[in-house]
Design a protein around this ligand. Structure first.
Ligand code: F6P
Length: 370
């Protein structure tokens, strides 16, 4: 059997522990040895006790735990070749010939690069006399499979990333809490949610909570955005709404690339000299409550099914197979080429999101008010 190692990398997301549990147990069940690499790529570079063999019961109870129990990091050393050489050496010394990585597109692209440099990396280690030709002989091929763990839902080619529905549920719960106090005082709230490059969380929360206005990075605002927002909000107030909720993703900006901030919006809503509104306005930045906490049922089930499929993909892989990642499309767990999805994420996804935005926001009160 193979020796399969599991690792989490980049920002944690709810469901990562479910993925680890599924990979470890499926590997064991399929007659392989299972390992965990602790602290993300840092653990692969440092080796030692950061690479640990795992048994069936080592992951007992992990399904309902938040975060990642094997640690994660944004590791700089791995981005340099000496770091990757050290990582390759630790792989060979531990006899690991397959890796399952759960992380965002950056972490998964790093993994694909590592594989592309194989077996050059280990051959170089032989030249440098850090390993012998005999030692590297069984490790000519490296198998890597990606699982997308990210609260942002920012990977093209899959309907959902592991963690996004937990974060979305958390945001909606928080917005509900805020709405109760907002309508008690007839106040406005500007709520900042996560998402530096991807507005999925803000947009879906906007739909799910019926927010008055939403700012996302995929829809850079035209020069008259202040008037546009104030007009919508004034209309909502006129038809009797006692609360105003504006959701803003961290990465929101105008069409010149200038950041749109919660503070700026607060001034517009509260200072009558700006666009005639004088709402008592507060800002709430939700922050890392969105990322922590336990996974919702969907993320537990998604991470479990995808973890099983990741091991299947490892065992099916040939040296010619392009590095896959495990996706979900129309409720089916699928395998897709990783590199193409990363390219599409950067190129295509943005355009699609902007269209969705317009469709989704048509459901606000104003459209039904006449
Ligand atoms: O990618 C996940 C994410 O939570 C983003 O939504 C957010 O912009 C970023 O990570 C925050 O990163 P950090 O926790 O390192 O500040």
């Amino acid at each position: 059997g193979k020796r399969i190692a599991m690792m989490t990398s980049g920002g944690d997301s709810p469901g990562m522990n479910g993925a680890i549990r599924a990979v470890i147990r499926t590997a064991i069940e399929r007659g392989c040895e299972a390992y965990c690499i602790y602290e993300g790529y840092e653990g692969l570079v440092q080796g030692g006790n950061l690479i640990r063999k795992m048994g069936w019961s080592d992951v007992r109870g992990w399904l309902s735990e938040g975060g990642t129990l094997i640690g994660t990091a944004r590791c700089m050393a791995f981005y340099e070749r000496p770091g990757r050489l050290q990582a390759a050496k630790n792989m060979v010394l531990n006899g690991i010939d397959a890796l399952v990585i759960c992380g965002g597109d950056g972490s998964l692209t790093g993994a694909d690069k590592f594989r592309a440099e194989w077996p050059g990396l280990i051959e170089e280690l032989v030249q440098k006399k850090e390993l012998t030709a005999q030692q590297i002989a069984p490790y000519k091929h490296l198998n890597i499979v990606g699982l997308v763990g990210s609260i942002d839902n920012d990977m093209s080619g899959t309907d959902a990333t592991i963690g996004c529905f937990s974060a979305l549920a958390r945001i909606c719960e928080m917005v509900d809490y805020i709405e109760a106090t907002a309508s008690s005082h007839s106040r406005a709230f500007v709520i900042e949610v996560m998402g530096r490059h991807c507005g999925w969380l803000a947009l879906m929360a906007g739909v799910a909570c019926g927010a008055d206005f939403v700012f996302i990075p995929e829809k850079p605002r035209a020069d008259d955005w202040q008037q546009e927002m104030c007009k919508v909000i004034a209309e909502h107030r006129k038809i009797g709404k006692r609360k105003t909720i504006v959701l803003i993703a961290e990465g929101a900006h105008d069409r010149h690339g200038n950041k749109i901030s919660a503070e700026q919006i607060k001034v517009l809503l509260s200072d009558p000299t700006k666009c005639g509104l004088s709402l008592d306005t507060r800002i709430t930045t939700l922050g890392h409550v969105q990322r922590g906490g336990t996974a919702v049922a969907y993320d537990r089930y998604l991470s479990t099914l995808q973890g099983v499929e990741a091991v299947n993909a490892i065992l099916d892989a040939t040296p010619e197979t392009p590095t896959p990642f495990i996706a979900i499309n129309e409720n089916k767990i699928t395998r897709k080429p990783l590199v193409q999805a990363v390219i599409d994420t950067k190129e295509v996804a943005k355009a699609i999101d902007a269209q969705d935005y317009d469709r989704a926001m048509k459901l606000r009160d104003t459209e039904f008010s006449d």
